[in-house]
Design a protein. Structure first.
Ligand code: ADP
Ligand code: MG
Length: 312
């Protein structure tokens, strides 16, 4: 790495460690993290590529936030507590103002969870940003996709489809009151605390990055079960309700991605223990596949053309 890149890392990305698990941070060939006995290290990576995952006119502060948020959302869905991240940056040029804003957005969210940026890599090329996030979860307690049980109730946090509507606004859809849906698209809040609260309550959990039908589909496949969803119970904002009335695009809350809410299943006898903002939207049953109860009619998702196996 060239000297200028080293000073760039020092200037924009090096700060004193805050997390007690960080025993060695930026500066050596590797960072060192201690993992307390009886805990497992949960690890995830997500990459964002310009023109694929974000628009060239994106606000760099929002981008720093979102890159970290999408990674923390994966930790949240496992019920892991974030401790540290590494950052791989591929930059077409060294733009100090861009780096300043990007790191401000990233650290503002990192500070919420006392997590450290402990290392990374910096290269030159088309703008590509990658974070690897690490978290702790008590051994054997992580919320996996494979353990939903017949009879479990299905829940989601927050509302569905707002980020998708924010994307439509970016693409030219005109509406009043677009601030909150744009915020959901640009600066999603990972449901880290919610994930931690679901430990010992939820049987299975996933975060909604590709859309409710697709992501719940992963739980169903991996748990070898099916589900019946109640369309009228899906939590939607007044903006999304208005959009659906205007466009008849009623599949938005099922299809739209990037909400980064959690979808999880809970045995009915534990439902009273839930103490987070969430909505019951259906039930796990043994008939495989996903079905939708809409206006008292039951339709199979396959006949709606849903296919959750995406190319990438
Ligand atoms: P090496 O060549 O040994 O891989 P580098 O010269 O790439 O090391 O990096 C020097 C130090 O700076 C390392 O500790 C590395 O983890 C850290 N680093 C490099 N790029 C970044 C980045 N974008 N964010 C945070 N730390 C970084
Ligand atoms: Mg390196």
């Amino acid at each position: 790495m060239a000297v200028s890149e080293f000073s760039l890392i020092k200037r924009f990305f090096t700060r004193p460690a805050k997390n007690k698990q960080t025993t060695l941070s930026i500066g050596d060939d590797c960072a060192l993290l201690s993992v307390p006995s009886a805990y497992e290290l949960a690890i995830t990576t997500d990459t964002m590529v310009e023109n694929v995952h974000f628009f060239p006119d994106v606000n760099p502060e929002d981008l720093g936030h979102k890159l970290l948020a999408v990674n923390l959302s994966d930790l949240a869905s496992m019920g892991a507590k974030p401790i540290a991240v590494t950052l791989a940056l591929t930059l077409p040029e060294v733009n100090e103002q861009w780096l300043q804003e990007f790191s401000t957005g990233l650290f503002a969210l990192a500070d919420k969870y006392q997590l450290d940026l402990v290392g990374g890599d910096t290269t030159s090329g088309p703008l590509t940003l990658s974070i690897q996030a690490m978290g702790l979860v008590k051994s054997g307690q992580a919320l996996k996709r494979c353990s939903a049980k017949v009879g479990d109730l299905i829940y989601v946090t927050g509302t569905l489809g707002d980020a998708g509507l924010g994307l439509k606004v970016k693409q030219g859809y005109q509406m009043h009151d677009s601030e909150s849906v744009l915020a959901q698209f640009n600066k999603p809040l990972p449901k880290v605390n919610e994930g931690l609260q679901l430990l010992n309550i939820a049987n299975a959990c996933v975060d909604i990055s590709d859309g409710l039908a697709a992501d719940l589909g992963h739980i169903l496949d991996m748990s070898a079960v099916g589900a019946l969803l109640n369309y009228e119970q899906l939590p939607v904002s007044k903006q999304l309700r208005h959009y659906i009335e205007q466009t008849q695009d009623w599949e938005m809350p099922l299809r739209a991605g990037e909400d980064y809410e959690l979808c999880f299943t809970v045995p009915p006898e534990k439902a009273f223990e839930l103490d987070i903002q969430c909505t019951c939207i259906g039930v796990i049953d043994k008939q495989q596949g996903l079905r939708l109860n809409k206006q008292e009619q039951i339709v199979d998702f396959k006949t709606l053309g849903f296919d959750h196996f995406k190319e990438i």
